[in-house]
Design a protein around this ligand. Sequence first.
Ligand code: GDP
Ligand code: MG
Length: 458
Amino acid sequence: LGRQLNTALNSFSKASVVDEKTLDALLKEISKALLESDINVKLVGNLRNHVKTRALKEIKEANASTNHQKSKQIVHKAIFDQLVALVDPQEDPYKPTKGKTNIIMAVGLQGAGKTTSCTKLAVHYQKKGFKVALVCADTFRAGAFDQLKQNATKAKIPFYGSYTETDPVAISVAGVQQFKKSKFDVIIVDTSGRHKQEEDLFEEMVMISQAVKPQMTVLVMDGAMGQAAESQASAFKQSSDFGAIIVTKMDGHAKGGGAISAVAATQTPIIFIGTGENLHDIDTFRPRPFVQQLLGMGDMQGLMEQVQDVAMSDPDKQKELAKKFEQGSLSIRDWSEQIKNVTKLGPISKIAGMIPGLNADMIGQGGDDEASKRIKRMLFITDSMTVKEMDSDGSIFLRKGTDGKYVGMSKRALRVARGSGTSVREVEELLVQYTMMKSGILNMMKGQAGGAGGMKPG
Ligand code: GDP
Ligand code: MG
């Protein structure tokens, strides 16, 4: 989508004058790109009108009809703001409080990712220090309890379910009561789905909901859901009145447009996105970075949060990193570990915009394959470094002249290049990337109140 929008914006800037006609042509291209991302037809129409009205007005006010740079900026900003407005209903979702019983109920179609997301949610809250338990109220799908049991055991989370009881309401009530008695803070109830929005599914949902009275109901929705997302979300909203959405499978080819339409239709915020099959593959959703990513704009903040989340799964690692950030002593080893972590987050084309120096433009033609190769080569280089080199800040690879200034690459760089089957030029490039990321991170940490405070679960 980002690439398509950029192409559209580029051909727009070639026109000699910016007027209604050129803007219309641009908006037509942009609408096409949005529709192809599965954003609802009506929403795209509205967006188009809003952007047009606002952009024409601002271009006129700024006297920018012949200033392409300026008018491009105006149009880009208008599109950005409109997309953010779509995914941001400005409603704060329910947040669990410690020392209270917080019951969360997950609803959604079969295969949407409810059971997986329930476990991910449980792990997420457990990491934040909540006492969390899982209840399996899915008596519809064979093996549902075994699946939850397996997930919960892996994550070391207490669970409740039954092989013999067939009434999901009875199970929910019993499970919730048991965990309430043992003073659990967060009790997550996983329900069954159906292949379609069937009447009996909605009935079951309403009955469970009335019995356990959840503080928050979450709609779990497959990120690959297309134009049907809007009606599905509306139907679920009517019967279950969910207060938050989790969009799953955003690690694959999902375009996420369906989810955007679901938010707009129900005015309900997305709280998390699922980015993989593992228990830790869950990201806090934030509207602006999401749209930035959608439009192929870099997102340092988002990158850092994700890297922190990965680091967070290992508390010792987290403390160590926090200290390094504070001291500004992030080594090449730390950096290469971050790169490895980031590449776990999804296909390169999605995350490239988040790695400084590795933006979407650079992978433009080569696509994912080309970018993966680049990253692999960078990691070959770090793999060929000695322990001392890995733990350094990179200056070890530079040669100093008599006046103490750096004049080029040292013999070490040549050795590492040979050892990794790359070139000195590539080693140099790697150092540039590392330095850029390091200074980017440092600036960010400085920008955040309390410096390394950003590393705390927040
Ligand atoms: P449910 O029927 O709604 O409970 O869905 P499940 O939790 O059983 O998930 C259905 C399938 O989707 C499983 O194979 C999961 O591993 C997979 N899945 C769930 N969430 C994600 C995700 O965020 N990314 C990926 N790649 N797979 C997911
Ligand atoms: Mg399930």
